[in-house]
Design a protein around this ligand. Structure first.
Ligand code: URA
Length: 447
């Protein structure tokens, strides 16, 4: 028996409350129900409280691949769906499922654009404990994340790269749902994450998509098994909707790179674009870029693609592309050329090791949540954030530290907040008197 509501009560007019009840009771939602709900929520006819209830029902009861694909399509079609084929041919994109210290987009997108790919990306804001690309970019005064459809298209055809938020025109359903999920405890759901990511990709006209699916205590998918399921669902939505999707499974048990916090992460991304930056983050970006170059058939092998990417980082072309992007979106490029101009917190203090030992863990989620408590993220949809605050983690799992070596630098608004963050961040770092192994960067690839 097909348990969809469509088959059970075919003649009743659709009502938001019934759809919530169906999902609460574990029924499969029909395409009509999903489309009705998404349309109603986007237009404002269905209020936040009903959308929150449905989101929670999905978190608890799940969705099958068909429902998730229909949710993706309903969200993508809640606004304009761009067709980029006439403007740039095969549009490529990369998207991360979110993590702590994950500033990969800021590097990988200009890097592959410098290698000749055209990138038109819609990014998000911070979600739960994970940071958001738009918040990081807004550390640059003037940077606009609200491009209209016309501006989005004009920019990608002119300079080959655009990095904007969901405009009112594109995937408005995700724009609203994303912010609502952030503050209603409804982020952790495989179908909701898959639909959120894939609807944005489809609406922005991408054909070839590399997904960075994070797993670990600082990711929405804590276990490798859950991350693999999310990756497989997104690859399957890609197939069902005619897109080429490659998903990388990557580690998020410790922050990626060193910096966590908006302006701090922007600065680390710029350093990486200049060919430096922390080793793990540099390598992560090169691997993601290499997959994009191969998936888009710009390079034949990952080895060849890596060389192309490394060259663009070392010869300055990736950084130059980022400058061009910042200028095109109204950002003051002096803040990128001179990172000391970026917002700076009044209290900046480094905590050092009291004794020697090996680092056994740096709990990514705890670090992410500490940065939110410092003011770097949101507790409510309407909260503003402080771009200057954050934590720089100097030690990686597997490192050996001597007494006096730096562990963390905390950037806070005042000493009271510094003290709270210090306690919490130090508790997130665990030690061993035995040698510990480094964590892998990647766990596999799903195509
Ligand atoms: N990234 C997204 O775009 N959406 C989610 O739901 C989670 C991560």
């Amino acid at each position: 028996m097909n348990p969809t509501q469509e088959n059970q009560t075919p003649h009743r007019p659709l009502r938001a409350v019934d759809i919530i009840i169906h999902k609460r009771d574990g029924l499969e939602l029909s395409r009509e129900e999903i489309e009705f709900f998404i349309k109603g929520y986007t237009s404002g006819e269905i209020p936040d409280y009903q959308a929150s209830a449905l989101l929670m029902a999905v978190v608890l009861k799940g969705m099958n691949d068909r429902e998730a694909t229909e949710l993706t399509l309903a969200m993508a079609h809640s606004g304009e769906v761009l067709d980029l084929t006439l403007i740039i041919g095969n549009a490529v994109d990369k998207h991360s499922t979110g993590g702590v210290g994950d500033k990969t987009t800021l590097v990988v997108e200009p890097l592959v654009a410098a290698c000749g790919l055209k990138i038109a990306k819609m990014s998000g804001r911070g979600l739960g404990f994970s940071g958001g690309t738009l918040d990081k970019l807004e550390s640059i005064p003037g940077y606009r994340v609200d491009l209209s459809r016309e501006e989005f298209l004009e920019q990608v055809s002119r300079i080959g790269i655009v990095l904007s938020g969901q405009s009112g025109d594109m995937d408005p359903a995700d724009g609203k749902l994303y912010a609502l999920r952030d503050v209603t405890g409804t982020v952790q759901s495989i179908p909701l994450i898959a639909a959120s990511v894939m609807s944005k990709k489809i609406a922005a006209g991408a054909h070839t998509i590399v997904l960075d699916v994070k797993t670990g205590n600082g990711a929405f998918m804590e276990t490798l098994d859950e991350a693999r399921k999310l990756a497989m669902l997104m690859v399957s939505i890609g197939k069902l909707t005619g897109h080429k999707v490659v998903a990388l499974l990557s580690d998020m048990n410790q922050p990626l790179g060193c910096a966590v916090g908006n302006a701090l992460e922007l600065a680390e991304a710029v350093e990486t674009l200049r060919g430096a930056g922390p080793e793990d983050f540099h390598e992560h970006c090169v691997v993601a870029a290499a997959h994009l170059l191969v998936a888009s058939e710009t390079a034949k092998t990952l080895d060849e693609a890596r060389k192309i990417a490394e060259t663009a980082l070392q010869n300055g072309s990736a950084f130059e592309k980022f400058r061009t992007l910042v200028q095109a979106q109204g950002g003051d490029v002096r803040f990128v050329d001179d990172l000391t101009l970026l917002p700076k917190a009044p209290v900046i203090q480094t905590i050092t090791a009291l004794q020697a030992g090996w680092i056994a863990g740096v709990h990514a989620r705890e670090i992410g949540e500490t940065v939110i408590a410092l003011g770097g993220g949101r507790a409510k949809k309407t909260d503003s954030i402080d771009h200057s605050v954050g934590i720089v983690v100097h030690a990686k799992v597997g490192d050996h530290l001597n007494a006096g070596d730096p562990i963390l630098t905390i950037h806070a608004r005042n000493t009271a907040e510094f003290e709270i963050a210090r306690e919490r961040a130090l508790a997130a770092v665990t030690w061993s008197d035995q040698k510990t192994g480094a964590l892998p960067l990647f766990y596999g690839v799903i195509e």
